[in-house]
Design a protein around this ligand. Structure first.
Ligand code: A3P
Length: 289
């Protein structure tokens, strides 16, 4: 599998075709009823997307099991050679659009803010994100080869990976979490009490859910159910772009897997970086169950 080198958009490292398509992203016309699901990569995007789609379909999986998650919730800034960019696909989409994005708040196209579009942001602790991102890099040909874990971790802490710095990203959204059209969630809270998280999302989207619908959404969006579902586990995605023989997309889905990957010295270095980056904010993460 050939990996691709990175380019930069407004100081943020990104994939080459994404950078070339940037004007279309920046000028993208959001509509009032669009809903964006935004995360730093590997923070539970797919999980949140499936929850939102099920909520809008009152937990009826006959309606959500129609297409793969990446078709039901198109990825705003995705652009690949010889394919129409997602911005074009979204322009032609009828009905309510659910839109996935990994852009930091300051790079989200202006029209989302002008239309007060609802945005659900999921943040995950930076150590588990680093591990998940490292494994994902090995499978995903649009990203550069991650090289050895120790050098990947250094680049991650320097913000020299796709979408830049994890800490800048989470802080950019934390700063605006009180805007009424933004819902800020933590992956670790979703793991601990999925039903509560689903209800929070439904309330935010002003969707009533019956008791049965809530239970059904919880069942359908458990890690195991999503791992087994070909419409959520990316098994239908082209193998030449995402090679899951290296590691599955639905890898572990837990809090604290970093302990199996970080050395004590790496953990201490990260803690130092974390303290430095989070000083001056009241944003805190849970790193263990
Ligand atoms: P791991 O690699 O740690 O297992 P994203 O969708 O943003 O790319 O995030 C992928 C991460 O979310 C992976 O983490 C994946 O296993 C985890 N994930 C996906 N669905 C999940 C679910 N239903 N419950 C818990 N974790 C989930």
């Amino acid at each position: 599998m050939a990996h691709s080198p990175m380019k930069y958009v407004k100081g943020m490292p990104t994939e080459g075709p994404f950078a070339e398509n940037w004007m279309n992203v920046q000028n993208f016309q959001a509509r009032e009823d669009d809903v964006m699901i935004n995360t730093y990569p590997k923070s539970g995007t797919t999980w949140a997307c499936e929850i939102v789609d099920l909520i809008f379909n009152a937990g009826d999986s006959k309606k959500t099991d129609r297409e793969a998650i990446y078709e039901r919730v198109p990825f705003l800034e995705l652009a690949m050679a010889n394919m129409p960019p997602t911005t074009q696909i979204l322009d032609n989409m009828k009905g309510r659009r659910l839109i996935k994005s990994h852009l930091p708040a300051e790079l989200v196209p202006k029209s989302f803010w002008e239309n007060n579009c609802k945005i659900i942001y999921v943040a995950r602790n930076g150590k588990d994100v680093a591990v998940s991102y490292y494994h994902f890099h090995k499978t995903f040909s649009l990203f550069p080869d991650p090289g050895p874990w120790e050098s990947f971790l250094e680049r991650y802490m320097e913000g020299e990976v796709a979408y830049g710095s994890w800490s800048d990203h989470v802080k950019s959204w934390w700063k605006i979490r009180q805007q009424s059209h933004v819902l800020f969630l933590f992956y670790e809270d979703m793991l601990q009490d999925p039903k509560h998280a689903i209800q929070q999302v439904a309330d935010f989207l002003k969707q009533d859910l019956s008791h049965e619908a809530l239970n059904e959404i919880q069942r359908k969006t458990s890690f195991q159910a999503m791992k087994e579902n070909p419409l959520t586990n990316y098994s239908t995605f082209p193998n030449s772009i995402m090679d899951q023989s290296v590691t599955p997309f639905m890898r572990k889905g837990i809090c604290g897997d970093w302990k199996n990957n970080f050395t004590v010295a790496q953990s201490e270095r990260f803690d130092e970086y974390y303290r430095r980056e989070m000083s001056g904010t009241d944003l805190t993460f849970c790193f263990s169950e």
